[in-house]
Structures are given as C-alpha cells and as structure tokens.
Design a protein around this ligand. Structure first.
Ligand SMILES: C[S@@+](CC[C@H](N)C(=O)[O-])C[C@H]1O[C@@H](n2cnc3c(N)ncnc32)[C@H](O)[C@@H]1O
Length: 322
C-alpha cells in the first residue's frame, strides 16, 4: 500500500513504550484504524494483539494483516463499551495492555462517502460504525438550541448560535444531505479561524468535529472504554490513551485522578473509610506526554496529541464494564 493511503500513527513510539511489551504478553488495541500500533506491538516482542475497531473497513484491513502474523494477531469488531464482553466471548479473560488512539483515521477522513470531511463533497454521514443516526439525521432534527449547545460544547465554536440559526433556516426549505451543503451554510455565517503563525482554519472545522463527536457518542464511548480497560487489565497491565480534544483529555485525566485515589475528598459527608475504594491504577508518568518537535514537523496532525498512561493495580475494578 502506498504511503498516501496510510494513516500515519501518532506517538506510536511512546504508546508502545508505555505498553512495555514482553514475550508472551497479550494486548488489546481498542482503535485498530490502520494498525500502526498493532504492528508496532507485534514487532516489538513475541506477543499477541487483539485488534478491535467499530469500523468494518478497519477490521477488514486487520483481517488481512493478521495473516502475516502466524496466529499472534486476532480481530474483533466492537465498540469501546462492548470491548470487555466481546473479548470474553472470544475466551480472553484479561490482557496485559490496552491502547486507545482516539478520533478518526485518515481512511475515514479521506473517504468522501463516509461524510467526515468538509473538503470533499459526500453524504453527511460521519458514523464510524455504520449504525445509528447519521449527521444528516441530527442536523435535520435537533432543536436550534440543542444544535447550538452541541457546537459550543463539543466544537468550542464561538459562532454556535449563528450557525444553528442558519442551519434551521436552510432545513426549513430543504433537507441538508451533503457535506458541501453544511460547509457552505457555516461558511456563510462564520468567519475562518485564524491561528497563530498565519494558519487559517476552514470555518466549518469545529462544526464538523462537534457533529462527529455527537454522532459517535465519543465522550460516552471513552468513559465506557476506560471502564472496559479497567475490567480487562491484569495486575501490572498497562493503559495508554492518546487524545486530541481537550474534553477527551479531561475525561481521561478525571478517570485517572479517581482511579489512582488522588481525588481530594470524594464526599465531605461520609468518613473517609466509607468513601475510599482501593485504587485500580497508579500513574506511569505524571501529567501528559506530548509529541516531539520532529513528529509535529513530520505530521502536523499530531500537534494536539496528549498521551496519558497508567499501570493497573490488583484492586477489583470499580465498575464491571457492561
Ligand atoms: C485515530 S484511529 C487509530 C489509528 C491507529 N492507531 C493507527 O495507527 O492506524 C481511531 C480508530 O478508532 C476507531 N474508534 C474510534 N472510536 C471507537 C469506539 N468507540 N469503539 C471502537 N472503535 C473506535 C475508529 O473507527 C478508528 O478506526
């Protein structure tokens, strides 16, 4: 496959180092995508990797790659929330590492038929897993207030109200079905974003990101995925999460603050003995790791990446994944 058709893995070296691969380990790559992490893990030790993704096209690519790894690589199509159930159905009771590289892959972003991008016209779909409501369904049915709130909260879009009003006005005339339609509506009422260094960001960037996160319930999935990882990891197993959005990073940070027992005071109304549960993780490194300047120069998409990593203790999981 040519490089142009590849997803360039972000912070793969750091993510694999966080997994600390040893011969005989079993890992779960919750976000197979184009297999950058899976391949790096399989090549770093005589270990096994379960490649998971909710996208059928990603799993089809994984099935092809699996043929070259002599039974060390297995695949299963699942969401984060169902990952523990899916692996147990395959006879996997626990794993030595879980890695999650959040967001969309270049394959999803660059295929106009998937509807993730405003730069190429296509159906306004945005579903990673091909099930549930599409972005077109949401754009044509959400109330003006809910649409504005979504754009403001998930997209941090300053012009959320103006955009929501323009969308509602347009859909009163005809249903909005195409990525080009939505990008044009947004560009009519919102200016392009100017970032330091003279970089100009298309006015629809934040709207598309917010809708993608809503369509795929990305923050809810992340919470369920972290619980699934806690449930699946063996004592001393490693968790590494790479996020690109401040709300995602905040969710991971909050989960680790809670699960490492670093929360200041869970409840002021109960004595500590009744509120404190045994920590299920300890931090691998304090705070976040960021990509190096060389990686950012080679792959500008990596600029906003944040890696958090932790080690599972032997305490029982706080919540068994559903
Ligand atoms: C950024 S890409 C991963 C790229 C991969 N690390 C690589 O190097 O090729 C994210 C992948 O995770 C999948 N994904 C995102 N959210 C998911 C979820 N909640 N459940 C399962 N898969 C998910 C997407 O379909 C996508 O293929």
């Amino acid at each position: 496959m040519s490089d142009a058709l590849r997803h360039i893995p972000v912070m793969a070296r750091e993510a694999v180092a966080a997994m600390n691969p040893r011969d005989g380990n079993t890992f779960a790559d919750f976000t197979y995508g184009d297999g950058g992490y899976t391949r790096a893990l399989l090549d770093s030790a005589s270990c096994r990797v379960w490649a998971l993704d909710r996208d059928a096209a990603a799993i089809a690519r994984a099935d092809t790659l699996a043929k070259s790894y002599d039974g060390r690589m297995r695949t299963t199509r699942t969401t984060f929330g169902d990952a523990a159930t899916a692996l147990r159905a395959e006879g996997v009771q626990s794993v030595d590492g879980v890695v999650m590289d959040l967001g969309v892959s270049s394959f999803q972003l660059d295929d106009p038929e998937r509807g993730f991008s405003f730069s190429k016209d296509g159906p306004l779909d945005m579903r990673m897993g091909n099930e549930g409501l599409t972005a077109a369904d949401l754009v044509n049915t959400l109330s003006e207030g809910d649409l504005a709130d979504t754009l403001f909260k998930l997209g941090e879009e300053r012009h959320a109200r103006r955009i929501a009003r323009a969308v509602v006005e347009m859909r009163g005339r005809r249903r909005i079905e195409r990525t080009d339609d939505l990008a044009e509506i947004v560009a009519r009422v919102a200016p392009a974003d100017r970032r330091p260094g003279g970089v100009t960001i298309h006015p629809a960037t934040r709207t598309f990101m917010a809708l993608r996160m809503l369509v795929n319930d990305e923050l809810g999935e992340l919470e369920r995925g972290l619980a699934a990882a806690e449930d699946l990891l063996a004592p001393e197993g490693r968790l590494a999460v790479i996020s690109f959005h401040s709300l995602e990073d905040r969710t991971v940070k909050q989960f680790l603050v809670e699960r490492t027992g670093s929360e200041a005071n869970p409840s002021r109304h109960l004595p500590p003995a009744q509120t404190k549960r045994a920590p299920t993780f300890r931090l691998l490194h304090r705070g976040v790791e960021k990509p190096g300047d060389d990686e950012i120069a080679a792959n500008p998409r990596s600029r906003s990446a944040r890696l958090r990593a932790a080690v599972r203790t032997d305490a029982p999981a706080w919540a068994r994944a559903a």
